[in-house]
Unconditional design. Structure first.
Length: 125
């Protein structure tokens, strides 16, 4: 964890920092403070100050859980329903299932053992 440099400030600089108010912020920082609150902006600065951070889109937060639910509910006959229910394409459902099957297959494969894919044979979907 990187600190914002607050501990390295002179006493005068610390005083200015302590008196800092939301109106003293630059516009882009005010926008963040409006969303997360001024105190939480300071916490973010203390934790991530000087670093770039990536804020994911909402979809990324729940995608893995949604994929797990699709895998858990998949019965071989319900691709269309799952696609509709979760707002994804049927191709996406097939991709999720195929990735899971490939992962399970790799886990069952013994070390040094070749798979059909290793020798260029594709298994039917």
């Amino acid at each position: 964890m990187r600190k914002s440099g607050y501990n390295e400030m002179t006493e005068s600089a610390k005083k200015v920092f302590e008196e800092l108010e939301p109106d003293d912020l630059q516009e882009n920082h005010k926008e963040i403070a409006d969303v997360v609150g001024f105190d939480n902006l300071i916490r973010l600065i203390d934790h991530f100050g000087g670093n770039q951070i990536y804020i994911p889109q909402k979809y990324e937060l729940y995608r893995q859980k949604m994929y797990k639910e699709i895998i858990d509910q998949y019965d071989g006959t319900n691709v269309k329903r799952l696609a509709t229910e979760y707002g994804v394409s049927e191709k996406t459902v097939y991709t999720i299932i195929n990735e899971k099957l490939a992962k399970v297959s790799r886990q069952k494969q013994l070390e040094g053992q070749l798979s059909f894919a290793d020798i260029g044979i594709e298994c039917p979907e």
